[in-house]
Every structure is written in structure tokens, then in C-alpha cells.
Design a protein around this ligand. Structure first.
Ligand SMILES: *Cc1c(COP(=O)(O)O)cnc(C)c1O
Length: 356
């Protein structure tokens, strides 16, 4: 791996209490090019724009996928990744579905740890703070030919992140638009899945809903995901979440929530969640919580669900009573090294790793 350090670090301009998430980038990035059927040597270099043509196949035909993961700092400034092997496995699953080459484990894992170590000073420390890391693969071949590209780039960029408490939001259960279809690319973190969700989300926003609960494309009778998060429902004192499928993204946070719920002896049912069942539970008064989970904000709690012309108002609960909050707190405590990690999920990034 070639490491070229920046001669002009921007860290002195970075205020860890006041920055724009997703727009502030750490000093370095990683890139690795694929050409002639093989990956070249990965390079860590100063963060910045790269020259590409508008005829680049990634932007014309959408061969592009990404990952989202975080690095956390504990009180001693030690740095940890969370289940990075899951993101590694998933980016290659996405790449395969989009007919792109798999990234070698060494390029992904070593590159990730070296980049994070090199820019560890950029990782903010404190409640809700982390470094958001975005690995991605996209077609770079310059050709207006609708076929599999023969040049690709794997890159990792990263942005300091801060998550604040957010009040529960209103969501709309989709009865028309779909995020994913049978035989499609829903299980892949394909860039195009996001593009396709923006317009229906905008329409929902105009009706006063912050997010969409995506339902199955054939009948719109079964929950799939909420926005770009996996969805959980609490009925009585039991949790329900849809099984992963080719239409559902297999979230790391989802899997961690399921494990933690079991660890807390909360019954978790991984089974289809029917809209009708949720409405019935609401009418009986046993629907307690509905929430989404994902790396970026961990949990997003819902206060109401719009369905056709109706609005189901969820009960107001104290934070201490919510399963979503309890499990989130346990998860964050593991991520930030405040609690034992019986699952072996934390992955320490040793100081000086980038010099090895
Ligand atoms: C990324 C993503 C998630 C959440 O996955 P995590 O690994 O938990 O961050 C859920 N649904 C969709 C559609 C996603 O793209």
C-alpha cells in the first residue's frame, strides 16, 4: 500500500463541536484501481477531487455500490471499528450483483484500518460522535456502451459525524411506490436504490411525513424497510422484524439489535410483518413502538404511521420504557467501549497501524 501524507493537514481548522456532517472530510482517502482484470496497489493520499469524464460508465449505467460504517473513540482515545467484516462481506455481495469485481480482503480491511489510524485525530470524542466511513466501488471506464465496464475504482472517504437526539417522526406506509422488487437489487447497497427512493420520499415529505415505510412491490401488504433503515415493530412486549430477502438490505444494525434483544430475553420474531397485523395491534392498543435502525443514526423512532387516508398515532412512552432506546444504548455502549462486548463485535485500530 502506498501512503502519501498530505503536506497541508486541515485538522487545525476542524472544530469537533461544530462541523457539517457529510461535508467535512478527513485529510486522507484511499483509492484502488481495477484494470486488466486485476486490482492495482491501493493508495492512501490527500483527500480531494479526481478527474473523470461524463462518459464514465458508473454515472451513465449506474454500476456503483457503497458501504456505510463508523469508527468510534473511547475515553482513552482508543479507536474501534464495529463488525467491519460484515461491511466487507456486504460490499462484495453488492459488487457481485452489479457485475463488478470483488475487492480483496486485504485492500478493504488493511486500507480501512490504515486510513482510520492515519486520521485518528479527526475522530471526534464524546456522546453521539464518531467517524462515518464510506467505502465505495464504481465503474470508471470511459465508454458509452451498455455492458459491464472493465475499469473500476474502490475508494474510502470519511467524514466526522455527530448524532443528536431526534424527536420521533411521522412515517408513511407506502401503498404505491416500491424500493425493491423480486429478482431486483434491493439486497445490494446499490447507489441507484437511493436515487429511486428520493422522489417518493419527496412526495411523502410534501404530505408531512418524514420517511416512508416500504412495503412489498406485489401487494403492498407487508413491511420491508423504513427509509434507508431496517424496521422493527413492538407489539405487547415482543419484537417483530421482517426476515432478510432479496428485497431487504441485511443491515449490521438490524442483526445487532436482534442479538441484543435476545440477550435481554425479549422475544424476537423474524417473520413477515403484515400492515393489517400492525393496524389490528394498534386498534387493540398493543402496538407500542415502531422504529428504524441503521448505522447512521442507530435508531429512528416513529410517532405516527400514515396509511392511505388514516393516521395511526403511536402511544407516547418514556425513553426508559422503549425497547428501541434501551437496545440502542446498549449497542452504543459496546461500540464506544463503555461496556463488555460478549459478542466480539469491537475491532480495535492500533495506534501506529498505518506505519506497519
Ligand atoms: C445501509 C442500509 C441499511 C442499514 O444497514 P446498516 O448496516 O445497519 O447500516 C438498511 N436499509 C438500507 C436500504 C440500507 O441501504
Amino acid at each position: 500500500m502506498i501512503i502519501t501524507k498530505t503536506p497541508a493537514s486541515r485538522i487545525s481548522e476542524f472544530d469537533s463541536d461544530n462541523f457539517a456532517f457529510g461535508k467535512t472530510f478527513i485529510d486522507h482517502m484511499l483509492i484502488c484501481e481495477y484494470e486488466n482484470e486485476s486490482w492495482k496497489e491501493a493508495q492512501i493520499m490527500p483527500y480531494g477531487p479526481l478527474p473523470f469524464s461524463p462518459a464514465m460508465m458508473g454515472v451513465n449505467y449506474g454500476q456503483a455500490c457503497f458501504e456505510g460504517m463508523k469508527a468510534y473513540k473511547d475515553e482513552n482515545d482508543d479507536v474501534f471499528l464495529f463488525r467491519p467484516e460484515k461491511n466487507f462481506a456486504r460490499i462484495n455481495k453488492s459488487a457481485t450483483r452489479l457485475a463488478m469485481p470483488e475487492v480483496p480482503e486485504e485492500v478493504f480491511m488493511e486500507g480501512l484500518k490504515k486510513l482510520v489510524d492515519l486520521d485518528r485525530n479527526w475522530i471526534p470524542n464524546g456522546q453521539g460522535k464518531s467517524l462515518y466511513i464510506r467505502p465505495l466501488i464504481f465503474a470508471t471506464e470511459e465508454a458509452l456502451k451498455a455492458r459491464i465496464a472493465d475499469k473500476f475504482m474502490f475508494a474510502i472517504v470519511a467524514s466526522p459525524a455527530q448524532s443528536y437526539y431526534t424527536a420521533p417522526v411521522s412515517v408513511l406506509i407506502s401503498d404505491h411506490y416500491s424500493r425493491a422488487a423480486s429478482g431486483g437489487v434491493g439486497y445490494a447497497k446499490a447507489a441507484g436504490n437511493y436515487a429511486a427512493s428520493f422522489y417518493p420520499t419527496k412526495l411523502a415529505n410534501e404530505r408531512g411525513f418524514e420517511q416512508i415505510i416500504w412495503t412489498d412491490d406485489a401487494t403492498h401488504e407487508v413491511f420491508e424497510e423504513s427509509g434507508t433503515m431496517n424496521v422493527f415493530v413492538r407489539i405487547g412486549d415482543e419484537i417483530f422484524t421482517p426476515p432478510t430477502s432479496e428485497k431487504i438490505l441485511d443491515g449490521v444494525t438490524r442483526d445487532s439489535f436482534i442479538e441484543l434483544a435476545k440477550h435481554n430475553n425479549i422475544p424476537v420474531h423474524i417473520e413477515p410483518v403484515r400492515v393489517e397485523r400492525v393496524i389490528e395491534a394498534h386498534n387493540e392498543g398493543s402496538l407500542k413502538e415502531v422504529w428504524g435502525v441503521g448505522t447512521a443514526v442507530v435508531t429512528s423512532s416513529f410517532k405516527s404511521l400514515g396509511y392511505k387516508d388514516e393516521i395511526l398515532i403511536l402511544p407516547e412512552m418514556n425513553e426508559e420504557e422503549k425497547f428501541a432506546t434501551m437496545i440502542k444504548n446498549q449497542l452504543v455502549a459496546i461500540q464506544t467501549n463503555k461496556k463488555d462486548d460478549p459478542f466480539g463485535w469491537r475491532c480495535k485500530v492500533e495506534k501506529g497501524y498505518s506505519n506497519i
